[in-house]
Every structure is written in structure tokens, then in C-alpha cells.
Design a protein around this ligand. Structure first.
Ligand code: SF4
Length: 697
């Protein structure tokens, strides 16, 4: 047996793992000793990594759909079919008629290849990925206020914080090793404050839990800002040295009523005052947040409101402080960094900048598109309108993870060509016209970037099953068939080197330098050859930081007589994303509760619902049946579902009302109605699926 160092392929914490390899198979994993993030530990998902890549259930050869059935095909035939379909779509609709959705689970090299394929080969900026539905408001909001949308500090800074503020993040469930680190910090004396409408595990253990009303983040944060300014608790030196004039914010807050903010968020003024005092007076406050503030139609403004608080108190640019978006998937940070967004090239270089376009055009030997591209949700709408004719999806499952599942199914049905590159037969993969088998993380070389901007090496430990290939190799071969030779890389390192040469924040990174450390944190350039564990120490990329006045924005759909329950979504510790990897682990599957709609026990009692009784849940967009599970971490009147389970797809219910800035859909809040099934009646898991299952058959 040998042990190959790698990185956990589940969440954005980026723990170091060792893949135990014997006879060409990964037979288990172990924590990487001395790893700066995981410190020799893993969570339950990390320990189960080997199930995720098990050859059982994997796609092993290209498949082409004919008469509603997949049949095996050679790579030659499948790629020719794809190339022809993409060309036809371009001929019919121009470069806007095609699009690519890349993957937050794939490597940086795969993602660099995806955006280059979209721009240089297809001539389109229609490139996006699932950051759209997790942290696009972080990129948009923090870029406006600070000039950078990533975590400002490192995970290790938690150890130096006097106070840890967690807003809208279920950290022990979703970023378990960070949650554990926060609890260790609390045990050594740090104050832990959680702001969340749910009484999460971390909230139960916190020193203070502000259980705000769902979707009232701005009201609560404005109340904290108002109190701090009125009491003179702001950091005047920091504001004078590092920020633009805060007079507009001060004037806006003076107009607000504290009593009204308190009523809007459901938190008593005294509690708000206590938190405002603690946060503003400690020397070091580490602020972390998650999708509990981004997945709203006010997502970007929610992020800006939190940034206002951090800046007002000068809790940034030093060890133990900072504003830190906890990115969800293992490489969602990297997919953004690689330019898999419609408006930026790698390293957040703007598509709108002619000098940037000229540089990439020269390097790639192709004219590159000027027009901004569509977001992933924009592509779904364009498909339904007949404008987008062909879509290539690399390793994502929007049919399960995007809002309003029936609308996604209608978009797929309207396409002339849907190509999916995947490990296994996900809900989205079933809809493909051409399905291409991809290599998993243990079957290829490359890099992942964790949530603290740390670029880390993954290494090929075993061969891919059957004919499966790495995504960048598939895209390179497809490019060649579409008369573009500029993606015929020798290996993953060549892809990385090309990216680094074109991307200033990565210009001093290369594989030997990454190997010599446990990865490096960007920016890593001639001024920072050892990387940058802390951002904004001397200045902000935009010069002086901005504090922007904001008002509370209500969620798009509030409960009413017809749909009387508020509905939100969440994740579970033992599963990850659409479940396509974690649900292969019998150990993780064993831990999953049978009931998948969480309801407060008193609400259940009022409706006469027994534990695990079947129910029908209906929103304005769809209906499904599942079972209930009592859960007193929810406030009364609010229901919640995880999104890992295709047999109980909460996104058939969710709302795609969008944040006008980032286009983030409001996945965290809508209104539903609940109806009991007869006692003993099993839920019909196919209820409401006909539109989905027949979309492209
Ligand atoms: Fe993997 Fe995240 Fe668990 Fe670490 S915390 S082992 S990265 S799932």
C-alpha cells in the first residue's frame, strides 16, 4: 500500500488527506499529517472520500441518447456529435447560442480549460458555475466595498480571535473542521456569537445566539451600525485612515428607527446593544458568514451590510479579524478565480477591460468576445426563449441544485443539444443527449483552492475507470475537433503554468512551489512570493474601503393564507451537494434521517402530524411528497429541507426571484403549504416529477 497526498473533494475547507492505494484502488483515506488547515483531522465526509470515487456506479464510456435511451459510443463518435451540435447552434444563433457551465468540484485546470473553451473556441462569455447560487453576492458585494470577494483572512486566524461572529452559516454541519476550530477557540476564551434564524448546533453552543426573523439581515446589521455610531464605539482611526467618508451612511442610519429595526429582525434592542458593544470593543473579531445571507434577493446588499459592520469597527487587515465568506464546495473559490464567470477572466480581470481582452486574445491566438455573457440562470431562461440552443455542463447537477426545478427541466427540454460531463448518472446527466465520462479527483493531477485562497495540489493516485478522462483533456480534444489547437496541453502542470502566466495574482505560483509548502494563498506574485495569508493589511485593492447605506429588503414571497409556512433550505453534515458522491457511502447514508422536511414540534402538534408522517408540500412552483422530522432548531411557522436528495428535491419548491446585482436566486426563503397524508400512507416520491423526468426523453 502507498499513500498519495491529496485534498478532500467535499467542502471548501480544503483538508489534507492521504489516499491509501493498493492494487490500483483507493482503499481508504487518512488525514495528512501537519496540514495547516485540518491539523491531522478529518470530518465524517473526509473519512468517506474513497466511496465518492469508487468505480461502482461510475460512467466508464461515452453515451449517446437515441430514442430516449443511452447507447455506448466511442470518444470519436461522441465528440464529433458534440462538435457538430455546437457548430449548428453557433450557425443558428451566433456565439450567444451556446454556453458552458463549469464545475466547483473540478480542478482549477479543468475550470481554466472550461472558460478558455467558452471564450476562445465558442467565442462566447456564456460561462458560469454554481457559485452563482452560493457566493456570487460575496464576489459582487465585497468587490464593491473592499475590492476583493474572497476570505480576507486565513482559517488559522480563528485561533487568534477574541470574538467570533458567525452570520448565516451552519458551520459545524457544512465546514466541520472550521466549526471545530471555532469551538476550540471558544473553549480557550473567545466569545462566540451566532446570528441565524435556525438554532444550529453552533448556535446552541454559542455565548449569544440572535435568532433573527428569516431574511431580516439588513435590519439587524443596520441596528448594530446605528447603535455603534450613536454610542461613539466606531473605530475612528481606522475610518479616517482606510475608508471613504462615512457621512452618507451616518445620515442614512440617523433616519432609521432602532425600534423598527428591532421589530423587523425580531431581536430585542438590549440584545442588539450587547452584541454591538462586544463586536466593536474587542481587539480582534473574526467574522464568518455563509449562504444564510447570500441566498436572498438582497444577497449582495446583505454582504455589504456585514462589510459595513466590519469596517466601522476596523475589524479587518490584522491577524484574528477579517470578513470571511465560507465557500461551499471544494473548489468553488478556484472556479471563480479561474474566470468561470461571465464577466471576468482568471484572477477577476474584467471582460469589459479592452486591455485585458487584448492580452488574452494575443495569448490564445483567437479573437475573444466583448459582449458580457449569461449567468447559469440566464442561460436557462435563454434556452426557454429559444436563444440558447446548446449547453455543455461539466460536473454540476442544476436539475437538483438550482431553484424551480420544473423551470430547469423546461430549459433542458428546449435545447437542441445538452452535453454533460460527469462521474455518474445524476439527475442532470439523465437528461443529456451526449454523456461523457469524467475522471475523479484521485484519478488526475491538478489543484484545488480552498475558501482561504489556498491553492493546493491533488495528485493522480489511480487510473480513471474504463474510458473516463480528465475534463481539461476532454475539452482540449473537443477544441481540436473544432479547429482550435491552443488547448493541446501536455499535462495539468502546463495548464496551470499557462493560467499563472496570464493572471497577476497567481504569477509566482507553480507546482514545485505549491509542493514545497502546503499550497500557497493568492495573491502570490513577485511582491508576495510566499503568498498572502491576510489581505488588506496596508490598503484595499480599491484604495479606500467603502461603507454603503442600505435599507432592509423583504423576501420576495412571504407566507399568506394560501401558503402559510415560510420555507428555507439547509445542508446536513453527512451529505454534500446533490449527494452524487456522499450517498455512495453506506456509513454517511446510515446517518441521514428518514424524515426530510424539518418542522417545529409545536407546529406538527397543531397540525396533528406524527413524527415521520408523510406530507405533501406545495409552493407556487411545484409539489412534492416526503416525511416530516421534528426539529426545534426552527422557529415556529418555518419549514426547512436539505437539498441533497433527489427523491425529495426541495428545489421543486424554491423561488428563483433574483438579486438584481449578482443574479443570486432567493433559495433561502419562499412560502409553502403543507398537507398531511393519511397515517401510514407512504409519500409518492414521483409526485410532480413528470415534467422533470420527461424533459428530454
Ligand atoms: Fe472534507 Fe470539509 Fe470535512 Fe475537511 S471539513 S474533511 S474538507 S468535508
Amino acid at each position: 500500500m502507498r499513500v498519495v497526498p491529496s485534498i478532500c473533494s467535499f467542502c471548501g475547507v480544503g483538508c489534507g488527506i492521504g489516499l491509501r492505494v493498493e492494487d490500483g484502488r483507493v482503499i481508504g483515506v487518512e488525514p495528512q499529517p501537519g496540514h495547516p488547515v485540518s491539523q491531522g483531522q478529518l470530518c465524517a465526509k473526509g473519512w468517506a472520500s474513497s466511496f465518492a470515487i469508487d468505480a461502482h456506479g461510475r460512467l466508464t464510456q461515452p453515451l449517446i441518447k437515441e430514442h430516449g435511451q443511452f447507447r455506448p459510443a466511442s470518444w470519436d463518435e461522441a465528440l464529433e456529435r458534440v462538435a457538430e451540435g455546437l457548430r449548428n447552434a453557433q450557425d443558428e444563433r451566433g456565439p450567444g447560442g451556446v454556453g458552458v457551465i463549469s464545475c466547483a468540484r473540478a480542478s482549477n485546470e479543468d475550470n481554466y480549460a472550461a472558460q478558455k473553451f467558452a471564450r476562445a473556441v465558442l467565442g462566447s462569455n456564456n460561462i458560469d458555475h454554481c457559485a452563482r447560487i452560493c457566493h456570487s453576492p460575496s464576489v459582487a458585494g465585497l468587490s464593491r466595498t473592499l475590492g476583493s470577494g474572497a476570505m480576507s483572512n486565513s482559517i488559522a486566524d480563528i485561533d487568534q480571535a477574541e470574538l467570533i461572529l458567525v452570520v448565516g452559516a451552519d458551520v459545524t454541519e457544512n465546514h466541520a473542521m472550521i466549526g471545530a476550530r471555532m469551538l476550540r477557540a471558544q473553549a480557550r476564551g473567545a466569545t462566540l456569537i451566532v446570528i441565524d434564524p435556525r438554532r444550529t448546533r453552533l448556535a446552541r453552543l454559542a455565548d449569544i445566539h440572535l435568532q433573527l426573523r428569516l431574511g431580516s439581515n439588513i435590519a439587524l446589521l443596520n441596528a448594530l451600525l446605528k447603535i455603534i455610531l450613536e454610542r461613539g464605539w466606531e473605530n475612528t482611526a481606522f475610518l479616517a485612515e482606510r475608508c471613504e467618508d462615512i457621512a452618507p451612511l451616518r445620515a442614512h442610519l440617523a433616519e432609521l428607527s432602532l425600534a423598527q429595526c428591532s421589530e423587523q429582525c425580531g431581536i430585542a434592542v438590549a440584545e442588539l446593544e450587547r452584541v454591538a458593544y462586544l463586536f466593536s470593543q474587542v481587539k480582534t473579531a473574526f467574522t464568518a458568514y455563509g449562504m444564510g445571507i447570500t441566498q436572498f434577493q438582497s444577497g449582495t446588499n446583505n454582504v455589504i451590510a456585514l462589510s459595513n459592520l466590519v469596517l466601522l469597527c476596523g475589524q479587518i487587515g490584522r491577524p484574528g479579524t477579517g470578513i470571511n465568506p465560507l465557500r461551499g464546495q471544494n473548489n468553488v473559490q478556484g472556479a471563480c478565480d479561474m474566470g468561470c464567470l461571465p464577466n471576468v477572466y482568471p484572477g477577476y480581470q474584467a471582460v469589459a477591460d479592452p486591455a485585458v481582452r487584448a492580452r488574452f486574445s494575443t495569448a490564445w491566438g483567437r479573437a475573444v468576445p466583448e459582449a458580457p455573457g449569461l449567468t447559469s440562470l440566464g442561460m436557462m431562461h435563454a434556452a426557454q426563449q429559444g436563444e440558447l440552443r446548446a449547453l455543455l455542463i461539466m460536473g454540476e447537477d442544476p436539475l437538483q441544485t438550482d431553484p424551480d426545478q420544473n423551470q430547469v427541466a423546461r430549459a433542458f427540454a428546449a435545447l437542441d443539444l445538452l452535453v454533460v460531463v460527469e462521474l455518474s448518472l445524476t439527475a442532470t446527466a439523465r437528461q443529456a443527449d451526449v454523456l461523457l465520462p469524467a475522471a475523479a479527483f484521485a484519478e488526475k493531477d491538478g489543484t484545488f483552492t480552498n475558501c482561504e485562497r489556498r491553492v493546493q495540489r491533488i495528485r493522480q493516485a489511480i487510473a480513471p475507470p474504463g474510458l473516463a478522462r480528465g475534463d481539461w483533456q476532454i475539452l482540449g480534444e473537443l477544441a481540436r475537433r473544432m479547429d482550435y489547437a491552443g488547448m493541446a496541453w501536455r499535462d495539468a502542470e502546463a495548464v496551470f503554468d499557462e493560467m499563472a502566466a496570464l493572471t497577476p495574482i497567481f504569477s509566482a505560483m507553480n507546482y514545485p512551489a505549491l509542493d514545497a509548502h502546503h499550497g500557497l494563498q493568492w495573491p502570490c506574485d513577485s511582491a508576495h512570493p510566499q503568498g498572502s495569508p491576510i489581505l488588506h493589511q496596508q490598503g484595499f485593492p480599491i484604495g479606500r474601503a467603502r461603507l454603503l447605506p442600505l435599507s432592509q429588503v423583504e423576501v420576495a414571497e412571504l407566507p399568506d393564507a394560501e401558503y402559510p409556512f415560510a420555507f428555507t433550505t439547509q445542508r446536513l453534515h453527512f451529505h454534500y451537494g446533490c449527494g452524487s458522491m456522499t450517498r455512495k457511502s453506506p456509513l454517511l447514508e446510515r446517518e441521514t434521517p428518514a424524515g426530510l422536511l424539518f418542522i417545529h414540534p409545536e407546529d406538527a402538534a397543531e397540525l396533528g402530524l406524527a413524527q415521520h408522517q408523510g406530507v405533501r408540500v406545495r409552493s407556487r412552483r411545484g409539489v412534492l411528497e416526503t416525511r416530516i422530522e421534528y426539529h426545534d432548531d426552527l422557529p415556529r411557522g418555518t419549514l426547512s429541507m436539505p437539498y441533497h436528495f433527489s427523491e425529495a428535491p426541495c428545489n421543486r419548491l424554491t423561488n428563483d426571484a433574483q438579486d438584481p446585482i449578482s443574479k443570486m436566486p432567493e433559495l433561502k426563503a419562499c412560502a409553502v403549504a403543507l398537507e398531511a397524508l393519511a397515517p401510514g400512507q407512504a409519500p409518492d416520491i414521483h409526485m410532480g416529477t413528470s415534467e422533470v423526468s420527461h424533459a428530454r426523453l
